[in-house]
Design a protein around this ligand. Sequence first.
Ligand code: SAM
Length: 279
Amino acid sequence: MTAVPNAGSNGSAGCLAVDRSSFFAPKRSLGQNFLSDPNICRRIVASLELAPGDPVLEIGPGRGALTRILAGHDGPVMALEKDSELVSWIKSEFPSVGVVHADGLDFCWEGTRRLPGLSLIGNLPYNVASPMIWEMVSRCRSFRSMLFMVQKEVALRLTASEGSRTYGALSAWVGNFVRGEYVFTVPPHVFRPQPKVDSAIVRFLPRPDPAWDDAAALSWTVKILFQQRRKQLGTILKAHWSGAVEAWCADLGVDRRIRPEELSPDALRSLARVLVPSK
Ligand code: SAM
C-alpha cells in the first residue's frame, strides 16, 4: 500500500481531496475488478430489498463500492474480506461496519445461523465465485436472501433448468438448496479494471425443503454424473446399478438412456438417496 501523508481516513486532508482506496492496486489473484459506477452500485444494493433492522453480510467489500451504500443501512452491517490491506482500510473508512478478515472459501458458514434473517451480498471474485456459492447456499441455514454478481456465464449456469444447455452440476446442486433468479446483466465498462466478459446479478431465496440431510450423497451424485454429462445414465452408473436404482427409474418414469442434464434437482436428490443410502 502506498502511504499518503496527511490524508484523513475519509480520504480528504486539507485542500487535498484524495480517495485513498484508489491506492490499492487491483490484485488479479484475488479477482479484484472493482465497481466504479455509483448508479450500478445503488441498483445492486436496492435489489437486495433490505428492510430496517435486517442484518447484512457483504462478501469481498474491496474498495468499498457497495459497502459505502450498505453502511447507511439501518441494521447490522458486516463484511468478509481476504485481502489484509483492504481489511484495514475498510475498518478505518467504515467504522460502523463489522469487518471479518477471512477466506470465503474456508469460512464457517454454519456460524451465520446466529444471525437469523441474514442477507448476503457481494461482487464475488470471479475466479472462486462458483465454489464459494456452492458452500454458501448449502451451509448458510437461516438466511433471508443472497444477491451476488458473477460472470454472466456462471449466472446462467446457476439459474438454469434441467434440459437446457447451461444446466450442470452447479445448477443441480444450487437448485436443491435455493430458488435462483437471474436479476440483470452488468456490462464490463462499470469495473476497473474492466473484465473481458459481461457480468450478471443473481438472487437466491431459501427453498422450504433444502437438501441438508442429503448433502453428502447429493454432492457425490452430481459430481459423478456431470463429469460424464454426455453419457447415458445407465453407462455412467454401471458399477452402481442395482434393483433399487431400477425401481427409482420405474417410479420416476426415467429411461436408463437419459443423460444427467435431463434430471431435475429433485430427481437427482432422490437418486442420491438410492445410490448412497447410508449418507
Ligand atoms: N465489492 C468490491 C466492488 O464491487 O468493487 C470488490 C469486488 S472484487 C470483484 C472481489 C473482492 O473479493 C475483492 O475485494 C477481493 O479481495 C475479495 N476476495 C477475493 N477472494 C476472496 C476470498 N477467498 N474470500 C473473501 N474475499 C475475497
